[in-house]
Design a protein around this ligand. Structure first.
Ligand SMILES: Nc1nc2c(ncn2[C@@H]2O[C@H](COP(=O)(O)OP(=O)(O)OP(=O)(O)O)[C@@H](O)[C@H]2O)c(=O)[nH]1
Ligand SMILES: [Mg+2]
Length: 689
C-alpha cells in the first residue's frame, strides 16, 4: 500500500557545511523511531554519511534519503551536503521537495551557503523552515542568529519557539504557538516533558509570540479581524494560517534546538507535519506545457534526481513520482533514451534498512535498482513524449587536471569508472582536449577532485595520476610573407617532384583559415592543388614560435611547376608544407594565449584582496556588483595564471569564495613572457618523449 499524497512531506535538509544537518537527520530518525539508537557523525555511526569517505572526512558528500512516519504522515527526508563542491546533490534534492529546512549554526549565524541555497529554494518556490542548531555551543546566540536571519531573508522570518537557557545551559524551548514550555533531559527518545514557562522568560516569550501572531494573521483575513478584536485563536487555526503562509514563502518559521543532544527534535517533527505543505497542498508541477498533479489515476510521470553508482549493487536511481503510480514488475519509458525500462525492485530506505516495496504513489520519493539506461535528470513515464525538467543551474567545473592511469593499459578501466562517477555527479567534467591531446577531468574544487580520485581507487580499483593541464596556446602571424617550397628527389625509378609558391597574410581574429587557389595557366595541375593545401594545413599544426597550432591566416597559392612523370600528390603535399613552414617564420609569428572571463563571488570584506590577487595574475577588472549578500567581481585573466586559482581563492577568502570562468578570446602573450612559454613547452615535450 502506498501513502496518499496529502499525507506526504518531502523535505530537504540544507545549509552551510557542518551546520549539523546529518546530526539533525539522525536525531529526527531516532525520535521518530526509525532507528534504535542515536548515531553520531564523530563516531561514523549515522544513517546518512554511510560512505567510507563521508565517515573519514566527517562530511556529507552525497544526498541521502530516508523515509519514516510521524503523526500518520510519511516524511521523506533528504540529508544534503553543505560543502559547495557537492552542491549538485543539494540542488537535486531541492528540485524534488516541497519544503526545505535550513539548518543554521547558532554560533556562526547566516553563512555563505545559507544565502546561496536560500536563493535557489526561493527560485523553486519552496516552503522554508529554519532550524537554529548548536544552541549548546559556546557563544551560541539564538536571538542574534534570528536577527541575522531577518536581515538576510526579510521580515517574514519569524520564531515559532525560543530557547530556555543558552550555551551549555540550554535546557529546553518555549513553544510560541501554544505558549507552553518543554524541558529536555538526556538525549533519549522520551527526553521531553512539559514545564511551566520560566518566569524570567515570560516577557520575552510574550514579545515573540506577538511577532508570530502578527505574521500569522497576515496570512488569513478572517484570523486578522478576530485577532485585532482580541479574540482567542485556537491551535489548529494558528497552525493552519502558519502553513498557509509557509507554503509559498510568505512566512518562514524559525525553530531551534541541539541536534546532537536530541533537544527539541520531536518539536521539529511536529513542525514538519503541521507547518510544511504536502504535494497536494503545494500544487502541481508545470512542465512541458502540462501540469502534473499528484493524482493516482493519471499517467505516470516520475523524475530521477539522483543516481548512485555502485560497482557491486549496480545503479540505484532515486526518483520522485509527480503523477500516477510507480509499480514494481511494470514497464515504464525513459523519455530521454527512448528505452523501455523494467521496474524490478522498488526500494524504500527506512532508517538503516532497505525494504522492497510494491509501489510508490504520486508525490512520493523512492528508489529503483538496476535500470539499464536511466540516470539522474531522466523522466520515467507512461508515454515516450519529450519532457524536460526546468534545468537547475549548476556551477561550472573550474578545477581542471590532466588525468592518466598509473598503469599503461588501464585507460578503459579508468574512463569507464569516471563515466560512472559522472552519472552520480553532473558537476564532474570529463573531456579530451583536442588541442593538447590530454584527458581532462575537472571539478568544482580541489576537494571535489580529490573525492573523485579516491572513489576511483576505492570503488573501482583504478589508480590515476593528475597533473596541471597544459594551456592550449595558439599562434598567428602579424605580417605577410612569401615562400617557395620545392620537393625534388630523383633516385632510380620514379622520382618525386612538387614545387609551389605561396603568400600568406593575417586574417582577423576568429576567421581561422582560408586557402586561395590563384594558379594561372595550369602551372600546377588542378588535381595537385588540394595536396598543397593539405601540406599547408599540416605545417600549421606546429607554429614557428613554440610549435602550437596556427590560426587566422590566409594562404594564396600563386605559382609553381610540375613534372609530367615524377609529380605526385605526396610530393606536392611535402612542397606545400615546406613553403608554409618558411612563410610562417617570415611573417612575424606571435604566440596567443586564452583569456578567461572570470566571475568571482566573495564576501564583501574579501573584495580588496581578491582584486589585488587578480591584478597580480595579469587580470583586468571589468567591474563588480552586489549579488545575493556577496559581491561579484568580474575580470579577464589569462588562463595560464589561473591553473591553481581554485585553492588560492579558497585560501584568500577562508573558503567562502566561488568562481566560474569561460573563454573570452585569445590574445598575444606579452613579449617578456614568450621565452618562458617556449622553454616550458620544450621541457614538457622532452619529459613526454
Ligand atoms: N555541540 C553541538 N555539535 C553539533 C551539533 N550538531 C552537530 N554538531 C557537530 O558538528 C559537526 C558537524 O555536524 P554534521 O551533522 O556532520 O553537519 P552537516 O551539516 O551534516 O555537515 P556537512 O554534511 O558537511 O554539511 C559534527 O562534529 C557534529 O557532531 C549541535 O547541535 N551541538
Ligand atoms: Mg552532513
Amino acid at each position: 500500500m502506498h501513502t496518499s499524497a496529502d499525507r506526504i512531506r518531502n523535505v530537504a535538509l540544507v545549509g552551510h557545511r557542518g551546520s549539523g544537518k546529518t546530526s539533525l537527520h539522525e536525531a529526527l530518525l531516532y525520535t521518530a523511531g526509525a532507528v534504535s539508537r542515536l548515531g553520531r557523525v564523530t563516531e561514523g555511526t549515522t544513517v546518512s554519511d554511510a560512505d567510507a569517505d563521508e565517515k573519514a572526512r566527517q562530511m556529507s558528500i552525497s544526498a541521502a534519503l530516508t523515509s519514516f512516519e510521524w503523526q500518520e504522515r510519511k516524511v521523506n527526508l533528504l540529508d544534503t551536503p553543505g560543502e559547495p563542491s557537492f552542491v549538485a546533490d543539494a540542488l537535486g534534492a531541492l528540485r524534488v521537495c516541497e519544503s526545505a529546512i535550513f539548518v543554521v549554526n547558532a554560533v556562526m549565524g547566516v553563512e555563505v551557503s545559507t544565502t546561496r541555497l536560500w536563493q535557489r529554494a526561493a527560485e523553486l518556490d519552496l516552503a522554508r523552515l529554519l532550524f537554529v542548531n548548536m544552541l549548546d555551543r559556546e557563544r551560541a546566540d539564538f536571538f542574534r542568529t534570528l536577527d541575522g536571519l531577518k536581515a538576510a531573508f526579510g521580515p517574514h522570518v519569524v520564531a515559532t519557539e525560543i530557547p530556555i537557557g543558552s550555551e551549555h545551559e540550554v535546557s529546553g524551548v518555549i513553544d510560541l504557538v501554544d505558549m507552553k514550555a518543554y524541558a529536555y533531559d538526556g538525549d533519549g527518545r522520551d527526553n521531553c516533558r512539559e514545564i511551566p514557562i520560566p518566569e524570567e522568560l515570560e516577557a520575552q516569550a510574550q514579545e515573540h509570540r506577538e511577532k508570530l501572531m502578527d505574521e500569522v494573521a497576515e496570512n488569513s483575513d478572517a484570523l486578522m479581524e478576530r485577532y485585532l478584536e482580541g479574540e482567542e485563536i485556537s491551535h489548529d487555526e494558528i497552525v493552519g494560517a502558519l502553513k498557509e503562509g509557509t507554503n509559498h514563502g510568505a512566512l518562514f518559521p524559525v525553530t531551534c534546538g541541539v541536534a546532537t543532544r536530541n533537544l527539541a527534535t520531536n518539536r521539529l517533527l511536529d513542525a514538519i507535519v503541521e507547518d510544511l505543505p504536502s504535494p497536494v497542498k503545494h500544487g502541481g508541477l508545470e512542465v512541458a506545457g502540462m501540469t502534473l498533479e499528484p493524482t493516482e489515476e493519471a499517467d505516470l510521470y516520475a523524475y530521477v534526481f539522483k543516481t548512485r553508482a555502485d560497482p557491486f549493487a549496480g545503479r540505484i536511481n532515486l526518483f520522485r513520482v509527480y503523477q500516477g503510480m510507480m509499480r514494481h514488475d511494470s514497464h515504464v519509458l525513459n523519455t530521454r533514451a527512448h528505452a523501455k525500462e523494467r521496474i524490478g525492485q522498488l526500494l524504500a530506505f527506512n532508517g538503516r534498512d532497505t525494504q522492497h516495496v510494491d509501489e510508490f504513489g504520486p508525490g512520493d520519493i523512492g528508489a529503483v535498482a538496476k535500470l539499464k539506461e536511466t540516470r539522474a535528470g531522466d523522466w520515467l513515464a507512461a508515454r515516450d513524449e519529450p519532457i524536460e525538467m526546468p534545468a537547475v543551474a549548476l556551477p561550472a567545473p573550474v578545477m581542471a587536471f590532466a588525468i592518466e592511469p598509473k598503469t599503461k593499459g588501464d585507460e578503459d578501466k579508468v574512463f569507464t569508472a569516471l563515466r560512472r562517477l559522472q552519472e552520480e555527479d553532473p558537476t564532474i567534467d570529463l573531456h579530451r582536449d583536442d588541442q593538447t591531446g590530454e584527458q581532462i577531468v575537472a571539478g568544482l574544487s580541489q576537494i571535489h577532485v580529490e573525492v573523485v580520485i579516491a572513489r576511483l581507487r576505492e570503488r573501482f580499483g583504478a589508480e590515476v595520476e593528475l597533473h596541471p593541464p597544459r594551456v592550449p596556446y595558439l599562434e598567428t602571424i602579424r605580417a605577410s610573407a612569401r615562400a617557395h617550397g620545392r620537393h625534388k628527389k630523383q633516385s632510380g625509378g620514379r622520382g618525386q617532384f612538387g614545387d609551389c609558391h605561396i603568400e600568406i597574410e593575417p586574417l582577423a581574429s576568429g576567421e581561422g583559415f582560408e586557402f586561395v587557389d590563384a594558379i594561372k595557366g595550369g602551372v600546377i595541375p588542378g588535381g595537385f592543388i588540394p595536396a598543397v593545401e593539405r601540406g599547408v594545413r599540416e605545417a600549421m599544426q606546429r607554429g614557428a614560435v613554440a610549435g602550437y597550432p596556427v590560426k587566422d591566416v590566409r594562404v594564396r597559392l600563386y605559382d609553381g611547376s610540375y613534372h609530367s612523370v615524377d609529380s605526385s600528390e605526396m610530393a606536392f603535399k611535402t612542397a606545400g608544407a615546406l613553403a608554409m613552414r618558411q612563410a610562417l617564420e617570415a611573417a612575424s609569428p606571435v604566440l596567443l594565449e586564452p583569456i578567461m572571463q572570470v566571475t568571482v563571488s566573495v564576501p564583501d570584506d574579501a573584495v580588496g584582496d581578491v582584486i589585488g590577487d587578480l591584478n597580480s595574475r595579469r587580470g583586468r577588472p571589468l567591474g563588480m556588483e552586489p549579488a545575493g549578500g556577496m559581491t561579484e567581481v568580474r575580470a579577464e585573466v589569462p588562463m595560464a595564471e589561473l591553473l591553481s586559482y581554485a585553492p588560492d581563492l579558497r585560501a584568500i577568502t577562508g573558503g567562502q569564495g566561488e568562481f566560474t570562468m569561460e573563454l573570452a578570446r585569445y590574445e598575444e602573450v606579452p613579449g617578456h613572457l614568450v621565452e618562458k612559454v617556449v622553454a616550458q613547452t620544450k621541457a614538457s615535450a622532452e619529459a613526454a618523449a
